[in-house]
Design a protein around this ligand. Structure first.
Ligand code: GLC
Length: 609
């Protein structure tokens, strides 16, 4: 089966997009949210009656492929009386919320957010509103919000509360999704709002000391939901009135764009940042999949994945709030506790590159060794943090795109800050790394500057292989994202741009001394009738070849999954006679309406020693 080609013509001239102005600082942080952007890393706690069900009800696993265990009441149609009886399973003597706070502290987290009321509508504090709360259903009486607030005060941890305002499966007039079938009038919904949401929020904001953030959970815009903008504004002003410093997230149902008084944007569950933002934002993230404890959980992310996710977000001015789903005896699953402790160990050494750090002016994914964050110091000096995943085999770390010479380079793990040797040429800093990486997961190299460094982002970085990978994503004149076809069929068909008529693409590189490279190109061309050419022009060299048919390949053995083959081969050699900037131009000229799917051009260093 052949893949379908997109229906557009690739005319580069029309799709020129200027680079957006790149600001390094997170300038749009309102004073209320400063602590939040400085903190970068927080703990989410999903704990409630569902924790005692553990994702399995009467022998049946939670229904639905997205098996969030905290949804089991709704998914498995559990009877309300039976649901609340689950509290009898709880090991109340063992449950100590202070342990969660201590774990957060050890993990290097700066705030915790607790599910005071999740979608099941059950309040985990001693609420005077209604009788569906811990005060009415625990013996001896417990108030987990109170206990957590006290533990947070004791351990100097900021406290946030999750409150499911839109969805409430318990209240006769709350939103429980089935309303879409049986209907719910706005008046009835407002009864729920005025009788439960507003007075409960008043309790939470009055009786538990400082609440640093309220985390609402409406992942669609209010215009699509029963809740009205008026109700949301009522809720927002209640918070502003009772706790003016308390942050409000965009899952209130009002976007940051619609209401600039929303303090930070919450991305989708486990959605990582993709581009730099100047307003505060955060990823709610799990260590595996479910938020509430699920006995059959098996998708554990590794510590280095979690660290990379955190670093990646900070490199785009974002936060990460990582979830623990304790059990009905308060215990945090070993897999979670272990990873959190390891993250804490890493942060003890490397925290300076995370706390109070922000995005740097170079593109994420520019370098093949990892992500960059930076910190502007009060005296105008700047620290740039390089997070290295794979310690390069030749112990050389190339950093492209910074035009200022660092005053010093050292390892963040080295308390003595022993200077590392480096060379600096115009826009390339090459660091001589020590033999051994200081961290088993991600090692941080610090570039110290006397001023904020000048950058040149319009450049392809030198890779740790010594070559340059020139792709449709790092052109010096970018093309619109929509022209880049994403990888398909589990990535056996790679990402490419389809070229139907003569097209020129251009990249910029910096070469630090006279050097020579082989030029290898990868593309797919199916037609034998295509008599067109590919030519590369760089420095004083021009090399070209006839477009070759690349044939087809079986994507999976023993299947009829036949796909177009993307083959790479060497076109020729390019000599760069001196150090300096060079444009690399490729000209692709297919004939007779035939197309070619261009994937990449690789400049492979010809080593002379
Ligand atoms: C979703 C789910 C919910 C979970 C939350 C965390 O909105 O409904 O169960 O609490 O995401 O981000």
């Amino acid at each position: 089966m052949s893949h379908r080609k997109p229906f557009f013509k690739f005319v580069i001239l029309f799709f020129y997009i200027a680079f957006a102005c790149k600001a390094g600082a997170q300038e749009n942080t309102n004073p209320r949210a400063e602590w939040f952007t400085d903190s970068r890393f927080g703990m989410f706690i999903h704990w409630g009656i569902y924790s005692g069900i553990e994702g399995i009800w009467k022998g049946e696993k939670i229904r639905h492929d997205n098996d969030y265990a905290e949804w089991i009441y709704y998914r498995n149609r559990i009877d309300k009386q039976e649901y609340v009886k689950i509290l009898d399973r709880f090991k109340w003597n063992d449950i100590n919320p202070e342990e969660w706070v201590i774990l957060a502290k050890k993990a290097g987290m700066k705030y915790v957010t607790f599910t005071a009321k999740h979608h099941d509508g059950f309040a985990l504090w001693d609420s005077k509103v209604g009788n569906y709360d811990l005060g009415d259903h625990s013996k001896p009486k417990r108030d987990i919000v109170k206990e957590l607030a006290e533990a947070c005060a004791k351990h100097d941890m900021k406290l946030g509360l999750y409150y499911s305002h839109w969805v409430d499966w318990e209240h006769p007039h709350g939103w429980d999704h089935s309303r879409e079938i049986y209907g719910l009038s706005e008046d009835k919904y407002d009864e729920y709002w005025q009788d439960k949401v507003i007075p409960q929020m008043r309790e939470l904001l009055t009786n538990y000391g400082e609440i640093s953030l309220i985390w609402f959970d409406m992942w669609i815009h209010h215009s699509e939901a029963v809740v009205t903008k008026k109700q949301l504004l009522q809720l927002k002003s209640l918070i502003r009135e009772l706790q003016p410093g308390c942050l409000i997230n965009s899952r209130l149902g009002l976007s940051i764009e619609e209401d600039s008084d929303i303090d930070y944007k919450t991305l989708l569950d486990n959605q990582l940042g993709e581009s730099k933002e100047n307003f505060p934002w955060q990823t709610p993230a799990t260590v595996a999949h479910s938020w509430g404890f699920h006995a059959m959980e098996n998708q554990w992310k590794s510590t280095s994945t979690l660290l990379n996710n955190l670093i990646g977000n900070v490199s785009l001015n974002g936060n990460m709030m990582l979830n623990i789903g304790p059990r009905a005896n308060g215990e945090v699953p070993h897999e979670i506790a272990q990873r959190l402790n390891e993250m804490g160990q890493w942060l003890l050494v490397n925290g300076n590159s995370i706390y109070g750090a922000q995005a740097f002016d170079l593109d994420k994914n520019m370098h093949d060794w990892g992500n960059i964050t930076c910190k502007k110091l009060n005296d105008g000096k700047t620290l740039v943090f390089l997070h290295v995943n794979n310690w390069p085999l030749n112990k050389q770390l190339p950093v492209s795109g910074i035009k200022t010479k660092p005053s010093k380079v050292y390892l963040l793990a080295d308390k003595q800050k022993t200077a590392l040797d480096f060379s600096f040429n115009t826009v390339l800093t090459n660091i001589n790394l020590p033999e051994k990486q200081p961290d088993n997961y991600i090692s941080t190299v610090v570039l110290a500057y006397d001023t904020y460094p000048i950058t040149d982002a319009n450049l392809v970085a030198k890779s740790t292989y010594g070559g340059y990978s020139l792709t449709p994503k790092n052109l010096s004149i970018p093309i619109h994202d929509s022209l880049i076809v994403d990888a398909q069929r589990y990535g056996t068909i790679p990402s490419y741009v389809e070229i139907n008529e003569r097209t020129g693409l251009k990249w910029r590189i910096y070469v630090e001394r006279p050097m020579s490279f082989h030029a290898d190109v990868s593309y797919n061309s199916q037609s034998k009738q295509n008599k067109g050419t590919i030519s590369i022009h760089a420095a004083n060299d021009k090399i070209s070849e006839k477009i070759r048919p690349t044939g087809r390949v079986v994507g999976e053995p023993n299947s009829d999954w036949h796909i177009d083959s993307f083959n790479s081969h060497r076109i020729g050699r390019i000599d760069f006679p001196a150090s300096g900037y060079y444009d690399i131009n490729i000209n692709i000229a297919p004939t007779n309406g035939q197309s070619i799917d261009f994937q990449w051009l690789w400049l492979d260093e010809i080593k002379t020693d």
